[in-house]
Design a protein around this ligand. Sequence first.
Ligand code: ADP
Ligand code: MG
Length: 379
Amino acid sequence: MVGAPVLIFDPRPKTKRSDLFDREEELSRFEESISRRDPLILLLGLRRTGKTSLLLTGLNELKVNYLLVDLRVLEEKLQITRRDIAFLLEKAVVDFLRRTSFKERITKYLEKIEGLRIAGFEVKVDWRTKPYYFISDLFHALNSWAEDTGEYVVVAFDEAQELARAYRVGFDRILSYVYDYLRNISIVLTGSKIGLLYRFLRIGDPEAPLYGRARLEVKLDYFNREMSLEFLRKGFEEQGIAVSENTLEKVVDVLNGVPGWLALYGYYAVRYSVSNDVLERVLREASAVALNELKHFLELRYQARSRYLTILKYLASVEYAVWSEIKRYLESREGVAIDDKTFSRLLKNLVDTGFVEKSSKGYRIADPALKYSLREIVS
Ligand SMILES: Nc1ncnc2c1ncn2[C@@H]1O[C@H](COP(=O)(O)OP(=O)(O)O)[C@@H](O)[C@H]1O
Ligand SMILES: [Mg+2]
């Protein structure tokens, strides 16, 4: 089908308020925080709840100067080096210089950074000079420019928990330095593995660099049932396509309130047809994505791989399960007793990475696509 551009159902992250469904309150809180120049802002929510969309929409609406560092590409890497981060910062700077109207002025500050070469829109870190302090130097240069010109810069790290694997870089130290001394920079961290992000920041640990620093948090949840239906209604209405309530109910039954999966369904339904086949296709595609993310998680935790899978597959077969039920199941599968601490650690890792959700009813797999794919795999 050709026709109107897909807006609410566009499968890319949104960048405009008019394409963003709901999230009024979260967006206002985020924008107010940026306008107040809060030094540290956390944008939290499971995968595909719309963090990147909210981030981009807010930054664009306020027309602030910003660098966006997309850390998703590091998800598969066991260890992250200074060089990996520098490479992503290079990209973020190039992108910023292309957008900003202050390119000439900023370039003058950036040129003073040791080991950084700038030519036109080319920005390259020269590793022959071993620019050990490149990351902090970059923040310094941006802050100096901002201070001298009465400007202000937001540096956003998308999926910031990945920085936890930059062992040798000491990123928490760099962040606390920016927090304390670089007054014209705000840091935004988004995270879908919320527990991991907290662990990385060690906000409650008196020994940690970021201890005691105030932060603002904006949390995005899945849509509830009514909002999910409304999301679909609005998206189809935008395209002038009539869809029965029955059909919408069925889609929400299968995809729950995951904004990203609902958007993907809408996108395909508009492109092809509103049919069971399309729903089936979306579920399969979504499952492949979810399973791939799980694979990355397991690759980094090779030793406990089969235990994690046993736990997850069990949770995929039930609605909810409590701690002792899961433990008993794992023990019966292995035929050995597992001590409480070991088991708790396994379960906590699954919660901290967002694969499993903990609530008053017990533990469950919140993402229907992950649940589906776990039921499909055999080993
Ligand atoms: N509130 C929303 N309104 C419209 N589309 C949304 C909304 N939230 C998420 N989406 C869509 O869901 C998908 C995932 O969103 P994204 O911002 O990438 O999520 P996250 O960064 O949390 O993984 C994208 O296609 C995006 O357009
Ligand atoms: Mg994102």
